[in-house]
Design a protein. Structure first.
Length: 532
């Protein structure tokens, strides 16, 4: 018993195979409409033949599409032009099994009427939708349209038939990701796309700082007090000689020195008393300062070595002239502290300039890790400042610094050139697809290395005239195969029973649509040479 399965135009090989496996009949007809997607590839028919063999079934193809019948026959499947032909009985290839690839369909061998036994054929079950009113109505409408065109337009009407509309969306070729390491260093004058080198620029800055600093040193000026003392000798036996430089003092320990030799005569013995003798001598305080200013009669301690019971001393008047004056002056420690503070100010000023560098072109990034600040130069010789009598002193310093900067645009430009050079021949770069991601750079001394990842997409560079020439007059499956090499293709024909691309280019509407993400750049720099 046989079965007939009607396939829709969009049925795939998977759905057709599933429907075959669901049938119990051994002999099955697959009825393919014009433009059937399944009929676009011989592989599909080979898969059907393999499916039939695995399930011990005999599959025969019924279609009005000559190209589809040829593809089926090349896969070893029997073919029929109509359902009636299938129902008339198995063809020669059907009778002998699926056949070999390349077998051509043959009609049944005619049997003389006298030898033919009467045969009662059971009805053939129909699986799926038998072409009904919609297909027949569409065919009638096409015939009526042709009649109307011939009646009212004659030859002009025939020029409207047949026609084809072809839409081709080129396939996208991914380029990358390409990982690069672009190095920027001083001394490079031009970007080097081979060694991946770009220029690094050294920028120079002068910074200065100044301030008023307090003086903590002290300058002391003192004078020595002076006066006179009177020595009294009460020794009746001898005179007393007191040499210059002898020390007399107050009981509190303020010492004075005699400024010359003095001799005090011996005392005279009177009737009722001793007549002591005296002599005066000048004195100066041993230490300068105000401590040497003592009142009258304050000096009472005689020089050492003299008898204190017969020799006496005192100052009849106060000692005067001792002074102590202190003034501020710049000490070496003050200058050292000032220079350290200026170094800190210069470093802060340099850091501020690096953060917003003056004179650096837009788009250039300076890297603080490369910054170098030279030694500070004082505006005034510190040796001159030390010892200056003042409460505050002014001091300034200058320094020269450098920092390395890189124009990040040159890094991206070099990566862009590398991705463009990676476009295969025959492809054009999709401009909107170019992606350049520059990572965090690695700084070593004055050399900066940028990790870069570049991506892009490309599409085939298609020449419409060349493509038209390749498919002109070709069968629809062949045309789909040819154009399918370049992307997603959609072909629609009118009327829908047309099986080939019209040879008249005026009857073919051919559109090559932009690839996803944008249009390819036709410039030679963005793509390889060549046409399909």
């Amino acid at each position: 018993m046989a079965a007939i399965v009607y396939l829709d135009i969009d049925d795939e090989i998977t759905s057709a195979a599933a429907r075959l496996r669901a049938l119990d009949e051994r002999r099955i007809a697959l009825v393919l409409p014009l433009g059937s997607r399944l009929a676009t590839s011989r592989i599909n028919f080979r898969l059907l033949a393999r499916e039939a063999e695995a399930n011990h079934k005999a599959i025969e193809i019924v279609t009005g599409d000559a190209s589809a019948r040829a593809l089926a026959a090349s896969a070893g499947l029997p073919t029929h032009l109509s359902v009636a032909s299938f129902e008339a009985g198995p063809s020669a290839t059907a009778a002998s099994g699926p056949g070999r690839p390349g077998d051509s369909p043959t009609a049944p061998m005619p049997v003389p009427p006298a030898m033919a036994a009467p045969e009662v054929r059971p009805p053939v079950p129909v699986v799926g939708r038998r072409p009904g009113s919609r297909n027949r109505g569409r065919g009638i409408a096409v015939v009526l349209a042709l009649v109307a065109l011939l009646a009212f337009g004659g030859v002009a009407g025939l020029q409207l038939l047949p026609s084809a509309t072809i839409r081709l969306v080129p396939a996208v070729e991914e380029i990358g990701p390409i990982e690069l390491h672009v190095t920027a260093q001083p001394g490079i004058t031009e970007p080097d796309p081979i060694r991946l080198l770009v220029a690094a620029t050294t920028f120079e800055f002068d910074v200065e700082a100044s301030a008023a600093f307090p003086a903590t040193g002290a300058k002391v000026e003192e004078t020595t007090a002076g006066g006179s003392v009177t020595f009294t000798n009460c020794d009746i036996n001898r005179a007393v000689r007191i040499g210059a430089g002898s020390v007399v003092a107050t009981p509190g320990g303020v010492r004075f020195l005699t400024n010359q030799d003095v001799t005090v005569k011996r005392a005279q013995l009177g009737i009722f008393q001793i007549d002591c003798k005296s002599a005066d001598v000048g004195i100066v305080a041993e230490a300068p300062g105000i401590d040497g200013n003592v009142g009258a009669n304050a000096i009472t301690v005689i020089p050492a070595g003299f008898a204190t019971n017969v020799l006496f001393v005192t100052n009849p008047g106060p000692t005067i002239g001792g002074t102590h004056v202190e003034t501020k002056e710049v000490a070496q420690a003050d200058v050292d502290a000032a220079l350290a503070a200026l170094d800190a100010d210069l470093a802060a000023e340099f850091a501020a300039k690096i953060a917003a560098p003056p004179g650096v072109p837009a788009g250039t990034t300076v890297f603080a890790e490369t910054a170098t600040l030279g030694a500070a130069t004082p505006t005034t010789d510190p040796a001159i400042v030390v010892g200056t009598v003042t409460e505050f002193f002014d001091l300034g310093a200058t320094a020269h610094g450098t920092v390395v900067g890189v124009d990040a645009g040159t890094v991206s430009t070099l990566a862009d050139a590398r991705i463009r050079s990676s476009v295969p021949d025959g492809f054009g770069l999709v401009e909107d697809s170019v992606s350049i991601d520059v990572g965090v750079p690695l700084v070593s001394g004055s050399t900066i290395t940028f990790p870069v990842v570049a991506r892009a997409t490309a599409v085939p560079q298609l020449d419409e005239a060349s493509l038209r020439a390749r498919i002109r007059g070709a069968g629809l499956p062949q045309a789909r195969t040819i154009l399918g090499e370049y992307g997603e293709v959609t072909i629609t024909v009118w009327p829908d029973w047309v099986t080939t691309i019209p040879s008249n280019d005026e009857r073919v509407t051919f559109s090559i649509e932009a690839a996803p993400g944008g249009s390819p750049d036709p410039s030679p720099a963005a793509s390889g040479a060549g046409t399909p």
